[in-house]
Design a protein around this ligand. Sequence first.
Ligand SMILES: [Zn+2]
Ligand SMILES: [Zn+2]
Length: 404
Amino acid sequence: MIQALRGMKDIMPPESERFVYILDTAAKIARRYGYDYMETPLLEETALFKRSVGESSDIVGKEMYQFIDKGGHDVCLRPEGTAGIVRAFIQNRLDRKGGVHRFYYHGPMFRYERPQKGRLREFHQFGCESFGEGSVYEDFTIILMIKDIFDALGIGYSIKINSLGCPECMPGYRETLVTHLNDIRDGLCEDCQRRIETNPIRVLDCKNTHCQELLEHSPVIVENLCETCDSDFVRLTRMLDSHAIEYELDPKLVRGLDYYTRTAFEFVSSEIGAQSAIAGGGRYNRLVEFLGGKPTPAVGFALGIERIMELVKLPEKGREGIYLGVMEPEALDTVLKIAHEKRKSETVFVEYARRSLKAHLKAADRLGAKLCAVIGEDELKAGQIWVKDLETKEERRIAFDQFD
Ligand SMILES: [Zn+2]
Ligand SMILES: [Zn+2]
């Protein structure tokens, strides 16, 4: 028997209902915030991710589903969603057009990681990207939108924010940090020591507890921001305060790539093991330019569907739909016509085989139908259908054309 690949999972009913509910809820809220749907290919040139996600990252360095296709092209299954959206944004010349463009997307992402609890090699994300709006109000609005989505899904969370500065203030901060890191160098883990040269900002989010103790007194970015970055960050925190949205300043929330600027945020849940990020994002004012487009401010986020699946509370669902059955084979033709009519507005289950009334009622109950409607010999002669409401237990006999 052929099985699904390691780290890849079928999403079967009834779990799939939860999956669809998350997507529908998130998409509905994103549309209210003015986002339009965008679909981009799962397969892209490897160079796109090398340039955007960065060659020094684990994602690109170790985890890509990368191969040479039959035409000799170096291609890769997307490990994340933003790169493809930005490529499409530039390719469709929206960067030249100017104005604000907002998109939402969702779909599978692929990372060749060691499969472990909560980590899949194929997983799903929902995300939004807003282009052309440089105002920090847009960052605030995106945080508000994610809050709306998690609130609608009934998921508890806490919010972490940070600012990553800009090309004006980041280099100076980086120097200050490197000086400090070199002072404590000997106590840091090997990864950190290497990163002091390659990507010093990433040292801050090392998961090693010994490193974290040593890093406690590191200089923090928010205290080294230029005037514009600082006033934006202050404005963001004021707006969160005035909307009574709780958050925590986290100087260790860093992304370590040059195109990330200013606002960075994470939504964290403590309901799935140790504080796990369930959504993350921020401003990336330099990525469009990085990928060859006209400089365009941008901000976005992505949330992991599998991560939040078990946290979502599905709305209570009562009985729904109509079950149609026959006790006389000749009545099937009429039943199929009624079914077709009813399906214009409702869920309809049809049992083709002749059954006893008791068997039909049992089947309707099992399917969770609200109405069980059956045509027997008497009903067929009279042009009627027997209907029982399985909620109210009320029974009636009505003419075919009055069944509504
Ligand atoms: Zn700055
Ligand atoms: Zn370390």
